[in-house]
Design a protein around this ligand. Sequence first.
Ligand code: ATR
Length: 260
Amino acid sequence: MYKLGLIGRSVEHSKSPEIHHKLLAENGLEGEYHLFSIDESMIAETLEYFKTNEYTGFNVTVPYKETIIPYLDALETSAEVMQSVNTVKIVDGQLIGYNTDGLGYIESLKQNYPDWFNNRQEKTVLVLGAGGAAKGITHQLVNHQLGRIFIANRTQSKALELASIFPEVETIQWSEVTHALTQVDLAINTTTVGMAPNDHQSIISLKGLKSNPIVSDIVYQPTWTKLLIEAHEEGCPLLFGESMLYYQAVKAFEIWTMKE
Ligand code: ATR
């Protein structure tokens, strides 16, 4: 019997229970996945509740991905690098923190474009944004040894900071993004720009784009962000945020159940 859950500030509308109940059923496992909308002052008692009620693990979402770290007993590498945790496994009363966002992103790319990694050394990627999600995705892009990885962020100093963590990464100026787009194989919006209710916004305009990179958005509400609508109109292949959401959940499920 797997007892699983999600903690965050307001998680009432989360899609995670649906995803994990489906994964449990598909794998012939018994279990339940509960939602915990909590204030920061309730973190310690919620973790005690998980331990005494023999939870297998839980997910962590906004705004506790960093706040949770001091409460944990150990961090796996990607959580350590990112200083951000979205998955916790409870082993013999010890809380182990993981971050599956980056791996979930790579898996969504592999599942949607199976041949894409074949000649990975020839691939060029443009990461837009330099926040927490950018760090997780960039970490895994670096691990997967792609040809070149560029980062552009509205505030250049944050892009430089990210590049200092990953020596393989090159930064470009925000003003060069439109030109850079014509030379990359994959462009990823790692920011929340375009998320409802601000779905009239887009991180960049793709109107008149003279190339056809895969355009990828981690925003999944709405499914069709303004960025993806424009990319589609310009004839670019797409990678939807919903796919990353699904595969970061799959990676968490694998950690808890040790099933593939
Ligand atoms: P996180 O990824 O840490 O959760 P976020 O709020 O989702 O945080 O996204 C932060 C990223 O979105 C930053 O890279 C931010 O750029 P700045 O460092 O310049 O603030 C980027 N961002 C937010 N709004 C933006 C906008 N209107 N245009 C361009 N980039 C924006």
